[in-house]
Ligand binder design. Structure first.
Ligand code: UDP
Length: 377
């Protein structure tokens, strides 16, 4: 059977890489090919290099100033010849990006079965996150097999009348990627993280990431104001912030945080360096989805700069606290973790609700069984 795995951004690449590797273990059962849209370019390529993945198809679609209209149209148009040439039986997409939504539609047009990894996440608010919530809902409509990371995501799909037989709860593949990488990363730190660690000289590290469109504008200004206050009021703490390459993020961050001694603004880290830094951090402050799934496996408390979340499991498990983009709340919850050791230890020792690192095995096993059942008929 022919499997086409399509992705385009850094987080999708991280979460699809272990699946590519798992499919490749069964070359007799599956002819597996990878197509990248390159919705991100550099950040995607770093991940491909780390996992040693050489895509058979590279649409190279990232253009300066590209908007959602152009990107969506380009993905559908450019995928057409790939689908017509390879004629996959299954098209795998991941998550909630524009690549996910447009590729799932293209896969559907081609007559392939669409398989959605990380299916069923919902905020039920079509504007938050924008455009991800609508991307994942549209993808859910055209998907044939839904690989849900948790029972909560399965429940969301059932509420949308999706046939229970087509939903498989697997855990999140991000934990597969993390567990397959973390030991190697710890044993072989790069020169860059060795240097960063040296500069920290033992200080408590607050690792920050932020990129969500819903926070662009005022949200980022409030976030930066909070980070500034934390840094100024706690000079012994060191903030490291790998800043996303989007100019809407770069501009306020550089303007407000550029000159503060104990805030280090750096370029986005390669995945292996980022894992190393997460492991080194005391607290992680982020609006990222993937980071809140990964951090509990490394025993790190996370403050999530979002008003709504499609990841309620983390809030329930107590591994994350939602702080929104409220300056005071970000400051208050950060100080609580820095000052109250019992609270800190409690949050750091919670069970990770996102999986055990065996999600990809379950996905490929399901696909093999599906073929057996079909051949039986
Ligand atoms: N990440 C990375 N380098 C960084 C920041 C994050 O490799 O400088 C990784 C992180 O480990 C996680 C993923 O990127 O697996 C999260 O990506 P992002 O926050 O961009 O997207 P989201 O998860 O919110 O969709």
């Amino acid at each position: 059977k022919k499997v086409l795995i399509v992705f385009g951004t850094r987080p999708e690449a991280i979460k699809m890489a272990p699946l590519v590797k798992e499919f490749e273990k069964y070359p007799v059962d599956f002819d597996t090919r990878v197509c990248v849209t390159a919705q991100h370019r550099e950040m995607l390529d770093q991940v491909l290099r780390f996992f040693d993945i050489n895509p058979q198809y590279d649409l190279d679609l990232m253009k300066p100033g590209q908007d959602l209209y152009g990107l969506t149209a380009a993905i559908i148009t450019e995928l057409k010849p790939v689908l017509e040439n390879f004629k996959p039986d299954y098209v795998f997409v991941h998550g909630d990006t524009t690549t996910t939504m447009a590729s799932s539609i293209a896969g559907f047009y081609s007559g392939a079965k669409v398989c959605h990894i990380e299916a069923g996440l919902r905020t039920h608010n079509k504007y938050a996150p924008f455009p991800e919530e609508i991307n994942r809902q549209i993808t859910g409509r055209v998907t044939d097999y839904h690989f849900a990371p948790t029972n909560a995501s399965r429940e969301n799909l059932l509420k949308e009348n999706i046939d229970t037989k087509t939903i498989i709860v697997t855990g999140n593949t991000v934990i597969d990627a993390l567990l397959q990488s973390v030991e190697k990363v710890k044993q072989e730190p790069s020169d860059l993280v060795k240097q960063l660690d040296n500069d920290l000289s033992g200080a408590d590290l607050l690792l920050v990431t932020g990129h969500r469109r819903e926070n662009h504008g005022d949200g980022f200004i409030r976030i930066c104001e909070a980070l500034k206050t934390i840094a100024l009021e706690r000079p012994s703490v060191q903030i490291v912030y790998p800043v996303h390459l989007n100019p809407k993020v770069l501009e306020p961050v550089n303007r407000i945080l550029g000159d503060i001694k104990n805030i280090k603004l750096i370029e986005p880290l390669a995945y292996h360096d980022f894992i190393w830094m997460m492991d080194r951090a005391k607290i992680i402050i982020t609006d990222s989805g993937g980071v809140q799934e990964e951090a509990p496996s490394l025993g790190k408390p996370v403050l999530v700069m979002r008003e709504t979340t499609e990841r309620p499991e983390a809030v329930e498990a107590g591994t994350v606290i939602l702080v929104g983009t409220d300056t005071d709340k970000i400051i208050q919850e950060t100080f609580a973790l820095l000052d109250d050791d019992t609270h800190f230890k409690e949050m750091s020792s919670r069970h990770n609700p996102y999986g055990d690192g065996k999600a990809c095995g379950r996905i490929v096993e399901f696909m093999k069984e599906l073929e057996l059942v079909k051949n039986f008929k």
